[in-house]
Design a protein around this ligand. Sequence first.
Ligand code: ADP
Ligand code: MG
Length: 241
Amino acid sequence: MVKLTNVNKHFGSFQALKDINLAIPKGQVVIVVGPSGSGKSTLCRTINRLETIDEGGEIMIDGKELPAEGKDLAKLRAEVGMVFQSFNLFAHKSILDNVIMGPMKVRKMRKAEAKERAMELLRRVGVEAQANKMPAQLSGGQQQRVAIARALAMRPKVLLFDEPTSALDPEMVNEVLDVMTSLAKEGMTMVVVTHEMGFARKAGDRVVFMADGEIVEDTTPEDFFTNPQSDRAKDFLGKIL
Ligand code: ADP
Ligand code: MG
């Protein structure tokens, strides 16, 4: 479903991604962990083409190469949903409008249909009662669940989550992780940057450990957390455990 081949990313002379090769089959849940600055967000952003990659590398989504720009990019990007640490809802739009905008603009869905589907998704993440409120009227956990519903509204083939719970108060973390766990169980292909180990073990099929822009370990959650191989992984786990 997602295939990165020899992906490199420079910011000026600094190399943020070093020869990344990663193939994610349909339905797999990949947990990405690693120290701050190791390239986790850059990896997500390149998969979604929010960042360009260096020449020579390739990113395929469901067998198609992501175009660098243009109309096709908007369409293909719609197939890769992204949920950010900071929710990123449109502050001046209602919850419902946040969810219907993408499908109407990019998928050309009619408003009635977009609304119906949005309400169904808001129900699924447990915030349908908030549909007509503004984002600022919701708790962080509710806003993040809306962000997930908004991403799902585009019917993405892959969902990327970049530290989706790290901006939340502790009591709201589980309500977001529960929604993510049920998506994982339903077979959604997911890339999740998170240090929530309980979630990684319960919902993850695979852990990719990054350090200094490289993939250093790529194994099962159980194996990674109990039996890290590299010094960098051991050092990292020593700090978060
Ligand atoms: P992580 O998400 O693992 O904390 P990031 O992917 O955000 O790491 O960043 C990886 C490295 O790339 C960091 O050293 C960061 O400073 C650098 N970086 C990220 N985005 C940019 C940018 N737009 N310009 C320059 N350097 C960047
Ligand atoms: Mg990051």
